[in-house]
Design a protein around this ligand. Structure first.
Ligand SMILES: Nc1nc2c(c(=O)[nH]1)N[C@H]1C(S)=C(S)[C@@H](COP(=O)(O)O)O[C@H]1N2
Ligand SMILES: [Mo]
Length: 527
């Protein structure tokens, strides 16, 4: 046994150092546990309070307009998964760095985990749809992060000690502790997601069953409303729910249950009303066939779809509330804090058909299209009319203090849908065989309807196209024509005329601020 140990070689507590890979792992595990705990508690307590998603929402809300436009243009509808994924990478790198900074003392790591936790807490607390109960999830997340970091750090320090001392007991403890943290984190976040999804899914199934039979159906859609079989590749009249275009700024689809849903109608009304889902179900429910259009749709774009919507008449509801003189804006807020302002005169217009919709193509609204309740106003672009997951309706004025989401970002206050047409076939830059060429597409002018579509080839005279059977002013109308063209390259253009006799403008305009315009053109080659 050696007794000649130099004093300076003796292991002192100060010399304990955690190897850097393990230190990084501890940081990552602790932050992972925090994220998992936040998601689990949010799942149980309040869906909109997941700190991670709240931070994502905050990033979107405060991103300058050019950044969000760039993200939409570059990533399309994948922009949200990409944002969440990017956030995950950044958070994990920060967590690993925090771990590595804590190889000796746990203080830097605890500080970083606390800062992350407080950021999540603040994001939830300042969310537009905040309710006090929402604070439970970020609080749980913060605690889980700090406690698990301190605990794993202690295990790792002990392990470092014993490695110096030559035993391996604590290293095994670190392994077990880490695995426990990973397992609990994964279970927690998975469980949170499942809890959220299941309640909403059951609720949807119930609503779908309730809708059957309690609705005045829309007039049957006649034969000959589209040319999908005559000209393969052209648009079908009704869009399936799966194919219906989707536009929203929601990071995650709000998971709501019909039984929990309330709509408060207040502001410049004689009688404030709070509607429950059962209240809506007790009202006369009508089905209306409506073509919805997004203001962001470029000329030739596909942000347009048609469905049978079932809902209660919004005009009737507002008349019961009693809209006061001078209230020119119906300002709606969704469960995720998005807002839209609709002109009161349009909502109250007799025959316009504004509604609080609960059904779509024979089932409850799909979650991504606004379950349990959304607004639909035929003839207006979605951003000024079609609030999904609607929870609040304030009758007010278009004042500066009540600017809806996209108005704050430079889009127009009033946004009626512009008369437009689109060429579906032939596809641009395609090659078609010699012989007669079928040219076909869609035209729309909600709520007026389409009376004429004309086509011209290579700048020649405009010739009328054949129109499909008309369903109504609120829906698109299909057209087709057959051209005899010489071999070579050709340009086809199209323009539509609405039921009032007004022809769509040739004037090209970008979607910003109130919708794209111009005559669509397609270039193709005849072999
Ligand atoms: N809550 C919420 N509702 C919303 C939006 C949104 O971002 N959030 N986007 C609007 C826009 S811009 C359009 S075009 C329509 C699209 O509805 P859809 O996704 O069902 O096709 O929803 C509108 N309602
Ligand atoms: Mo839109």
């Amino acid at each position: 046994m050696s007794t000649a140990v130099a004093p300076e070689a003796a292991p002192t507590p100060r010399s304990r150092v955690i190897p850097w890979p393990l230190a990084a792992l501890i940081g990552v595990l602790a932050v992972g546990a925090a994220l998992g705990a936040g998601s689990l508690v949010a799942g149980v307590v309040s869906p909109s309070s997941s700190p991670y998603l709240a931070v994502g929402d905050t990033v979107i809300r405060y991103s300058p307009e050019p950044v969000t436009e760039f993200a939409k243009a570059t990533f399309g509808t994948a922009d949200k998964p990409i944002l969440l994924g990017g956030m995950a990478v950044v958070i994990l790198l920060v967590a690993a760095a925090a771990g590595i900074a804590s190889r000796r003392s746990r203080r830097p790591g605890v500080a970083v985990v606390t800062v992350l936790g407080v950021a999540g807490f603040a994001a939830v607390a300042f969310a537009p749809s905040f309710a006090p109960l929402d604070l439970v999830a970020p609080l749980a997340s913060l605690l889980a992060g700090v406690v698990s970091f301190r605990w794993l750090h202690r295990l790792a320090l002990d392990a470092a000690d014993e490695r110096t001392a030559g035993t391996g007991v604590s290293r095994r403890k670190v392994l077990i502790g880490s695995s426990a943290a990973v397992g609990l984190g994964a279970l927690a976040s998975g469980g949170g997601g499942l809890l959220l999804g299941r309640g909403a899914e059951e609720s949807r199934a119930t609503v779908t069953r309730m809708l059957a039979g309690s609705t005045t159906p829309a007039p049957a859609i006649p034969a000959g409303v589209d040319f999908a079989s005559a000209v393969p590749g052209t648009t079908r009249f009704l869009t399936s729910n799966a194919d219906f275009y989707r536009i929203d700024v929601a990071l995650r689809i709000p998971q709501l249950r019909a039984a929990d849903w309330r709509l408060r109608i207040h502001g410049m009304v004689d009688r404030e009303i709070t509607l429950t889902f059962d209240d809506l179900m007790r009202r006369p429910l009508v089905e209306r066939t409506v073509t919805m259009t997004c203001v962001s749709n470029p000329v030739g774009g596909d942000l347009i779809s048609t469905a049978n919507f079932v809902g209660a008449d919004l005009r009737d509801i507002l008349l019961e509330a009693g809209v006061q003189q001078g209230a020119d804006q119906v300002f709606c807020t969704s469960a995720d804090g998005w807002t839209a302002g609709t002109p009161t005169d349009v909502v109250l217009e007799q025959g316009r058909g504004a509604m609080l919709a609960i059904g779509m193509n024979g089932e409850a609204l799909p979650p991504e299209h606004g379950f349990p309740v959304r607004m639909i106003v035929p003839g207006l672009y979605g951003y000024v009319s079609a609030t999904k997951w609607i929870v609040d309706m304030e009758v007010t004025t278009f004042g500066r203090d009540k600017q809806s989401y996209w108005l704050q970002r430079g889009w127009a206050e009033r946004a009626p849908i512009k008369t437009e047409a689109r060429i579906d076939m032939p596809k641009g830059f395609s090659s078609v065989p010699a012989g007669p060429v079928d040219v076909a597409g869609i035209a729309w002018s909600q709520p007026r309807g389409i009376s004429k579509v004309e086509v011209r080839t290579d700048g020649g005279p405009w010739r009328p196209a054949e129109l499909a059977t008309e369903v109504g002013g609120d829906t698109w109308r299909m057209w087709k024509t057959r051209l005899d063209l010489a071999a070579g390259s050709h340009t086809v253009q199209v323009r539509a005329t609405d039921a009032d006799g007004d022809t769509q403008t040739e004037q090209r305009a970008d979607p910003v601020p109130d919708g794209a315009s111009g005559w669509p053109a397609t270039i193709f080659t005849v072999a």
